[in-house]
Every structure is written in C-alpha cells, then in structure tokens.
Design a protein around this ligand. Structure first.
Ligand code: PLP
Length: 630
C-alpha cells in the first residue's frame, strides 16, 4: 500500500485489504465493515468462464461503481451546504455536471438521479450533449435543476435550448462570444420564447498549469470587459436586460490552490456585482470547473497531478470569496453554481487490464558464447580490452569499450561481415558486463492487453499520470521494475511515467508461463478518458460492468454487463460494412472457415448467417467439439 501510495490518492474509496487485494469502499468513509468490495473478486466474476459462474467478458474491463458516484455527488453538495450554513451565506449552492467529462448514459442518469434532492443539473457544450441533457433532466431531474448551455452556438443549438424552456427545463444560454447574442435574440423572437441568458467572462486571473490555457486575457473563450458592456447595452435597448441572470467563468481544470481560486472567484464576483448595478436581473454565479483531483496523493500544488486543497476547502473558499465581494458592494448573495466534472466522476470507475507477458533484454546464451571467437580481429581486441577493464573494476573504461564494440559490430553487420548471432552475442555480453559492474537492470517491458490510445488517451496526449498498480499480490514485495507496452503497433503506445516521478513501476513476476491472471488497475480515470479515446489500430473499448454494493455473500452485485465492441462494431465506425466483407470472404471459404470468420467479426445483426449451423453442416469435428465445450 505504501509503495504505491494507495492511501494518498485512493482515500476514502480504495485501500489494500488483508488479502493483499485492492478493495473499494463504495460509500467512502461511511462504508460499514463488511461492505468493502474486493476488486479481484469483481474481475473473477466478470471475466471468469461462464462454466464456473463468471460472465465470460473479455478484458480490458471498466468497472463502474455507482455508489461511489452517489457519494461524490453527496459529498460535493454537503461541502457547499456546510460552507453556506457555517458562514451565514445568503444564497445556496446548486451545481451542474458538465457532461463532457463522461457522457456515458448511466453515468449521466445516475448523477441526475442522485442529485435530484440537491436540484443538481447538467451542463452541455454541443447539440448532442444538449439533447442528452434535456432528455435526462426531463425524465428524472429536479424541476429547478439548471441546464447550462455552453460552447459555440449556432441557430439550431440556441433554438433547441429555447425549446427546452417551453418544456419546463431551466436552460440558461451562456454567451461565449458577442455574436451569439444576435442569434439568441432572433431565435427567441421567432419561437416566442423569452430566454434566460448568461455570459462567460474572460478573467484576467490566470492559472499557470497545463489546464490553464483557457484562462487569462488571451484565453480562447469568454467576453472581455468591453464585450460584456456591449452585451448589456444591447439587451437594455431591446428591453431584455431582465433576461441576463447568470455570470460564468472557467479558469481551467485542476486549479492548483485555493489562493488562485479565490483570485478568480473574487474577480468574477466583482463583475457579477457590476452587472447587478447596471440593471441585469442577476441571480447565479457559475464558477465553472476546476475542482481538482489528487492523482499522485501528494496533496501539493507543485504539479498538475495534485492539488493542495480538499473538497471542503474548495467549497469554503468559493463561498467566502463570493460573499465577501457581494457584501462589500451591497449586492444580494447569488446562487452559486459549479461545473465540477473531474471531481465528480474520476473515482467512480477502475479500468482493469492484464499484463500477459514480460520481456527483458536478451542475454547471451552460454552455449553460443563461442560466437565471440568468430568476431573480426578489431572486435576481438575491443572484447579483450572490455574484459580486462571489467576484471580491474574500471567501470568507465568498460563502458567505453562496450560502446566501441557495439558500434563496430553494428557497422560490420551493415557491411555484411557479421551475422545476426554475432550482434546478439555482443549485445548480450555488454549487458552482462554492465550488470556485473553494478549498472541498474533496465526495466522489463510488460505487455498489457489494451490500447493506450483508446483507453488512456490523456497519458499519450498530454502526459497525464493516473495511479496504475497491480490489483492483487499487494502483500508481496514486487521484485521487478517494469514499464507497460500496449497492443498497438505504435511506439507511443507505452506507459513509462508513473506517479511519484517514477520511470518504472514496481511489479511482480508474472505467473508461470501459460497461466494468466496478473491484473493491473488504472484508477481515477473516470473523467474525459472514455470520450477522448480513439480507434487507433481499430482496438475497441473495454467491456463494462456496473457493480453495486449489496448485502450478499460477496458484498457486490453486477447490475449491468456489456462486452466491448466487436470487430464488426469498430469496422463499422470506419464506414466498412462487415456484412458485405463477410459475404465476399465467404465465397472463398468452406463452411467451417466461414463459421470461424463470422465469429471473428462478432455480432452482425443484419446478416442471416448462423456460425453454429455452418460449422455443423461442414462436419468439422474440431470446431464442433470446441463449441460443445464452450
Ligand atoms: N466547465 C467548462 C466550461 C469546462 O471547459 C470544463 C472543462 O475543462 C469544465 C466545466 C469541467 O472542468 P473540471 O473537469 O475541471 O471540473
């Protein structure tokens, strides 16, 4: 546990249990003894063979814990509620979940359902996001819940948001650009719907971390002081100043400190008060996202991987900053909205994958050592000098001759003088000598059955680090340092930077050859990763299970399970037509081959081909027997 700092980044949800497995406290600190869920048991249930009661799902596996999601929603609301009550703040907190963080249907539905008692709403940044937010709030949302419409807007987007108001949804159209005002005014006239409008302010407060590119005067989004004033005067002329009710800003994700947060909130609160003074019917200040996650468990503001505050401290800082400015200006305390995404969904899922093989640099086989005698005279001289330096314990000279020998051999190999065996023998020899001289063993490469591009895109794209650790054998000291290499044929498909500034991960020896089952988990990846991932090499996404705490013997119940996309599914995403591809190939195949092909494609609902029947008809006994075993 200490080796991977599980208590640092995992509390209160993840810990190492007595069996040495990662276990989940589904209700955070309120989890009762006996309610903890052993992750290895979940994997055994989900991926285990059907014959022994498993669900037979292929890995990688995304395990969602809706109870954790509920706990996050409740904890966020409780933190703000406490800050409001303890300071006598005159308004209330009413947050929204920015669906861009994870648009998965069940995640959004859960948040809306769990947030209903708190009037919790949604934020959308595009038309499809708006549609899903509308239907979800209409089905199960609190009638007061806000539906914040951010992002670039055309007439269709704005019309949709206005129509949502006629359906009783509390949509607020947040202007990100001055030009959007004309679109809103025109659409509201045409549809006869009075809009509720917000403005996104471009603050001067700048967040210096990676995620701060959205902030500061040169930030991509929002209105500057002059643009804010021009919107106010246009609305005034149109007799619509009462429509302007909300001020929004977002200084970037992973805000590192409450000091920076207070600067941003204070600046925005001043603008809010100015808008009230200018006659707008202001009622909501929306502080955007930015509530951070402690990915490395250091609780420090030194890197983007951590933040130096808790949920409670964040809420207290926001409430205090808004209250202070409004009191000074004599403006009524507004409703405080936040668009916290990362902080709500990061903890709720764990991606489990398998390390199925490990490769170390090839060492020289003693039986092939004679090959060194076949080197050219120059190389043999280097070899002798290298060995002599090694015997003297002169590491520097040793390294010098090793480099020279390897370079010379490579040149001679390219000229065709030496063979591949010579090259391998020299590499292996140099490796042995380096180790004998005390050089650190290079990390072993563990191959993992997923695509970094599909499942861990931020690792590849922005150098993000997530806690990645074995989910079992944590009572056993790991003997190997490893890096992770994925299944894609792309050299970027690697994980070689880990939390704690490590360039390798302490790992255990894999189970003996031929047996499987060394599972690793990536934690805190519930935000952004699922929608950002791509189909590089056409690797599809993971299987997904939804696991709730239950009072049964294993403390959990799998309430939903879905296999990841089939080959046919990912091919369709690239405009291929698996049914047609299959028909073309089938013409060249006998019955058993066609059946095997159909299974390789996976589900093809538009095709009337029964792989079982085809393999039976062909009388292929190996196929039939494997079917009957399965
Ligand atoms: N609101 C807006 C406008 C955003 O751009 C973002 C994401 O960057 C968020 C909210 C969510 O931020 P976070 O995930 O840091 O809470």
């Amino acid at each position: 546990s200490a080796l991977y700092n599980v208590d640092g980044w995992g509390a209160p949800y993840f810990f190492v249990n007595d069996a040495g497995d990662i276990a989940v406290r589904p209700h955070g600190a309120a989890t009762l003894p006996g309610q903890e869920i052993d992750l290895a048991k979940v994997v055994a249930k989900a991926a285990g063979p059907r014959a022994s009661g498993g669900l037979g799902l292929p890995l990688p596996l995304l395990v969602r814990f809706p109870d954790v999601l509920r706990h996050r929603v409740e904890a966020l609301n409780a933190a703000f509620d406490y800050a409001v009550r303890s300071t006598g703040y005159g308004g209330r907190y009413q947050g929204v979940y920015p669906v861009k963080c994870n648009q998965d249907r069940h995640v959004v539905e859960d948040i809306v359902e769990f947030g209903e008692p708190f009037r919790f709403g949604l934020e959308a940044g595009s038309k499809p996001e708006l549609l899903l937010a509308m239907s979800c709030l209409a089905a199960r949302g609190n009638p007061d819940a806000l539906l914040i419409c951010n992002g670039y807007k055309d007439d269709d987007y704005v019309s949709l948001a206005l129509m949502a108001r006629t359906m009783g949804l509390n949509t607020v159209i947040v202007l990100e650009q001055v030009e959007e005002l004309d679109i809103v005014v025109e659409a509201s006239r045409r549809l006869g719907v009075r809009p509720v409008v917000g403005m996104r302010a471009k603050l001067r407060t700048k967040h210096a971390g990676h995620f701060g590119a959205t902030s500061g005067e040169k930030g991509k989004f929002g209105l500057n002081a002059a643009q804010i004033l021009s919107v106010v005067s246009k609305l005034k002329v149109l007799g619509m100043l009462d429509c302007l009710q909300l001020l929004h800003f977002h200084i970037g994700s992973q805000i590192p400190t409450t000091a920076l947060l207070c600067d941003g909130v204070g600046e925005a609160a001043q603008i809010y008060c100015e808008l009230a003074r200018l006659g707008a019917a202001m009622s909501v200040i929306d502080v955007g996202g930015g509530l951070g996650i402690d990915y490395d468990g250091t609780h420090s503001a030194q890197t983007d991987m951590s933040v130096a505050y808790s949920l409670e401290e964040y809420a207290a800082a926001v409430v205090a900053a808004v209250g202070r400015v409004c009191d000074r200006k004599g403006v009524a305390h507004p409703i405080i909205c936040s668009e916290s995404g990362r902080a709500l969904v990061s903890h709720h899922s764990v991606l489990v994958f398998e390390a199925f093989s490990a490769s170390a640099p090839g060492l020289i086989d003693p039986a092939t050592g004679y090959i060194l005698d076949e080197l050219t005279d120059e190389c043999r001289a280097d070899y002798r000098n290298l060995m002599a330096a090694a015997v003297r314990g002169d590491f520097e000279t040793c390294a010098l001759y090793a480099d020279q020998l390897k370079r010379r051999c490579a040149e001679q190999f390219n000229e065709g003088v030496l063979g591949l065996e010579h090259l391998a023998a020299v590499d292996g020899l140099c490796e042995i000598v380096a180790r004998a001289m005390g050089a650190a063993e290079p990390p072993r490469t563990y191959h993992i059955n997923l695509s970094v591009f599909t499942s861990l895109p931020d690792i590849w794209a922005i150098g993000q680090m997530f806690p990645i650790i074995p989910i079992q054998r944590l009572g056993e000291r790991p003997a190997v340092d490893g890096v992770l290499s994925d299944l894609t044929c792309d050299s970027d498909g690697k994980v070689q930077h880990f939390i704690g500034g490590r360039h390798s991960l302490p790992l255990h020896e894999l189970p003996v050859h031929g047996t499987r089952g060394y599972y690793l988990g990536m934690f805190l990846g519930g935000a952004y990763q699922e929608a950002l991932g791509g189909l590089h090499n056409l690797f599809g996404g993971p299987s997904v299970v939804r696991v709730s705490q239950s009072d049964g013997p294993h403390c959990f119940a799998v309430t939903r399970a879905a296999a990841g996309p089939s080959c046919a599914d990912v091919l369709r995403a690239m405009q291929h037509e698996p049914e047609v591809m299959f028909q073309v190939l089938k013409q060249r195949a006998d019955g058993a081959t066609a059946a095997a092909l159909a299974r390789a494609f996976g589900a093809m609902p538009y095709l009337s081909f029964d792989p079982e029947a085809a393999s039976m008809a062909s009388g292929d006994s190996s196929c039939m027997s494997s079917d009957s075993e399965g």
